[in-house]
Design a protein around this ligand. Structure first.
Ligand SMILES: O=c1ccn([C@@H]2O[C@H](COP(=O)(O)O)[C@@H](O)[C@H]2O)c(=O)[nH]1
Length: 318
């Protein structure tokens, strides 16, 4: 399996980025979304309640763990069941952790820094009831507001995935918006501006997030003494596989960020295996292929679900 060079030894990597790189090298790029939609529970013959959630989550973990680098529970579908749903989410996160399966909790949190500290504590502190290996975060209050999450993640070998270019068609009205931008001295140049110019240029919100992720990852990689040509950072980006030419149009050089890319949009949202290289180019080896309904629609038979995950992992391998 192509992983962009020498792979870290599973179990010895310390940072989240390196733990994730090891998992991808071992089991491929598939991230299975645990999204217990009411319609899927019905399709699986399960009740739309906490017992139904529990059976659903356990079946997905058992059937898909061997074919996925991580599971991505979608918090919304657990939260809609209130405290009983959250209990099931806790159980799933704990069971995955016991089995050594990485979890990316898709909860898209973002708030002022002091409150962000609370969210970080809830999801990234070892021993927290909802401890995950990584969370999705929304930078709509500014990248700096995410600092408590990035700091706690760094302390404990956890990760964050920052929304940059989401897979939904409404995203561009915010994410493509231009802002006056003074690039960091080492940032990749915006499209049409000279490398290393360091001057003010127009940049999109999405590119600003990519620049921040790049700075965080290069600092982490240097501090950890990792090979900057191979290592993955722990500050990931969420970039939908449905974004078409947007990366090129916005001058976002994903390969330079060293960020793992959580890429939803495959399957039910229309993107396919061909979009891995077409959209992400030189960064395709760092793309995590996130599929929820595309996998889950094969259930509830565990063997059928496992086979679907295995087939998709093969179809999306580079
Ligand atoms: O830009 C984004 C960010 C997150 N998502 C989430 O991914 C899954 C997609 O589910 P599918 O069934 O594979 O379409 C879902 O949990 C979304 O909330 C996204 O789709 N796009």
């Amino acid at each position: 399996m192509s992983g962009g060079g020498a792979s870290p030894v599973p179990g010895t990597a310390r940072t989240f980025g390196e733990r994730l790189r090891a998992a991808v090298a071992e089991r491929g790029p598939l991230v299975v979304g645990v999204d217990p939609h009411a319609s899927l529970l019905a399709q699986w013959g399960l009740a739309d309640d906490a017992d139904g959630l529990r059976a659903f989550a356990r079946t997905v973990l058992d059937a898909c763990a061997a074919h996925a680098c991580a599971l991505k529970p979608q918090s919304a579908f657990f939260e809609r069941h209130g405290s009983r749903g959250i209990t099931v989410l806790e159980e799933l996160l704990g069971a995955a952790r016991e089995r050594g399966v990485l979890t990316i909790l898709d909860v898209k949190r973002g708030d002022i820094g002091s409150t962000m500290g609370g969210y970080a504590d809830a999801y990234l502190r070892p021993g927290a009831p909802l401890e995950a290996d990584a969370v999705t975060v929304s930078p709509y209050l500014g990248f700096g507001s995410l600092a408590p999450a990035l700091e706690l993640a760094a302390q404990h070998g956890k990760g964050v995935f920052v929304l940059a270019l989401t897979s939904n068609p409404d995203g561009p009205e915010v994410q493509h918006a231009a802002r006056a931008h003074v690039p960091a001295a080492d940032a990749a140049p915006a499209k049409g501006s000279p490398a290393g110019s360091g001057g003010t240029d127009a940049s999109s919100v999405a590119r600003t997030m990519a620049d921040h992720a790049r700075a965080a990852n290069l600092a982490e990689i240097a501090q950890a003494g990792l090979d900057p040509a191979q290592a993955w950072g722990s500050t990931g980006l969420v970039i939908g596989a449905t974004v078409g030419e947007a990366l090129r149009e916005l001058g976002i050089v994903v390969a330079a960020t060293r960020a793992p890319v959580l890429a939803p949009g495959y399957g039910a949202q229309g993107a396919g295996p061909e979009d891995r290289a077409a959209v992400f180019g030189a960064a395709a080896d760092r793309v995590l292929v996130s599929l929820s309904r595309g996998v889950l629609s094969a259930g509830p038979d565990p063997q059928a679900l496992s086979t679907r995950a295995e087939e998709l992992a093969a179809a999306y391998a580079l």
